[in-house]
Design a binder for this molecule. Structure first.
Ligand code: HGY
Ligand code: MN
Ligand code: MN
Length: 391
């Protein structure tokens, strides 16, 4: 199945994936999901948010949900998301081959827009289901072409008015998401599979630095109001502050207006992805970075506006479930600095995550990888967990 997906949305020069919600690659992935479900006699329901649900057994209460997401970050890897969806179908295949029939409905989910790469909000599909993200806010978000989520969905034949809380959440009794590890804890522990304890709080803040456009040659350095300088001071300060706090700060996206080589820019738009081990530390880190941005702006007579675009609070997974799975699998437990749909649903249903070893730990990159043997171990583990929870 991973081989079947390998060519979808892959950039031939970088080998990275550009699978963003409702783009052409995403539509092919949706068809793939429906095909795999149909091949297993599983009915697929797409909710108003674009989340796909393949049911083993008729939809009903106390269902066991598994699955993950198929979308990627720009130039992402092949495993972040798809490994969880593929492993869910493969685990069902194993259970059926062993003659197992579940005592409760089982459903494989493919959550829409987990990476928020097109409209900027992380875990948009699952957050809309739970109500954590308001439908009207999501629908008004614009992509880089200035198209709103509502326009894009309508162009794909979906009704934007159907976006929002979804009733099917009430039918879910437990959610177990398998995901490639984004880090090297399992490499250090020498285990192919691990069980998640927590997700670090994290968020995305947009910083708009505004200054005065002017000539690159005719404007003395002391006469400038250059927003690029304030941005540069901020990104350098963010590394120092995050390092001191053993936290994380990343500026991976930048938009410079008007973008002329021989002119001082009028505006620099930068996105901060900040993460820390607890909510308070995260809040403090962001406050410090913003204070640096304001100080740098004041120095040059420029301005800065800060907008919180996406904030995900700390997640502690259900402890009894986590311990039950760690014991069942004889697997280590580990936290993660990456966000997941499981984190969103954990506020509503008992949720667990299984991680599959990633030899280099690298993710959100074309070089992201997991060995076949470890992927197989992940399927075996997920099948064992599903058997345990649906017997
Ligand atoms: O950004 C994250 O942590 C996740 O990959 N969405
Ligand atoms: Mn990701
Ligand atoms: Mn992911």
């Amino acid at each position: 199945m991973l081989a079947d997906l390998a060519g979808i949305g892959r950039d031939p020069t970088t080998g990275g994936y550009r699978r963003h919600v409702w783009n052409d690659a995403d539509m092919l992935l949706r068809e793939w999901f429906v095909g795999e479900a149909a091949a297993r006699g599983m009915d697929v329901v797409e909710d108003g948010n674009g989340n796909q649900l393949a049911w083993w057994g008729s939809p009903g209460p106390d269902a066991l949900l598994t699955g993950s997401h198929l979308d990627s970050v720009p130039d992402g890897g092949a495993y972040d998301g798809p490994l969880g969806v593929v492993s869910s179908f493969a685990a069902i295949d194993r259970l059926r081959a062993d003659g197992f029939t579940p005592s409760r409905p089982v459903v494989v989910g493919s959550f829409a827009d987990e990476e928020g790469a097109r409209f900027g909000i992380a875990c948009a599909g699952s957050q809309l289901v739970t109500g954590a993200l308001a439908a009207d806010r999501a629908l008004a978000q614009k992509d880089r072409d200035g198209l709103t989520m509502a326009e894009v969905m309508a162009a794909r034949g979906r009704d934007p008015r159907a976006v929002g809380r979804a009733d099917w959440l009430g039918d879910i009794g437990t959610f177990v998401e398998l995901h490639v590890e984004q880090g090297r804890s399992l490499v250090h522990s020498g285990a192919p599979v691990g069980v998640a304890t927590a997700i670090w709080p994290h968020g995305r803040w947009r910083l708009d630095f505004c200054g005065e456009a002017n000539h690159a040659g005719a404007t003395l350095m002391q006469d400038r109001h250059d927003p690029m300088q304030a941005y540069a001071a901020t990104v350098l300060a963010s590394r120092r502050l995050a390092t001191e706090a053993s936290a994380r700060a990343t500026f991976g996206r930048l938009e410079v207006e008007p973008g002329g080589t021989n002119a001082i820019p009028s505006r620099v738009r930068a996105w901060l992805d900040a993460r820390a081990s607890d909510d308070e530390s995260l809040e403090h880190l962001v406050e410090q970075v913003v204070a640096e941005a304001r100080a740098a702006s004041d120095l040059d007579g420029t301005s800065v506006e800060v907008t919180a675009e996406s904030v995900s609070p700390a997640v502690d997974f259900d402890v009894p479930l986590r311990d039950r799975l760690a014991e069942l699998l004889d697997a280590p437990v580990l936290p993660t600095g990456a966000g997941h749909d499981a984190g969103v649903l954990s506020a509503h249903v008992p949720t667990a995550m299984l991680f599959v070893r990633n030899p280099t730990g690298v993710s959100h990159s074309p070089v992201e990888h997991a060995d076949d043997g470890d992927c197989e171990a992940g399927v075996v583990a997920l099948a064992a967990v599903m058997r345990e929870l649906a017997s």
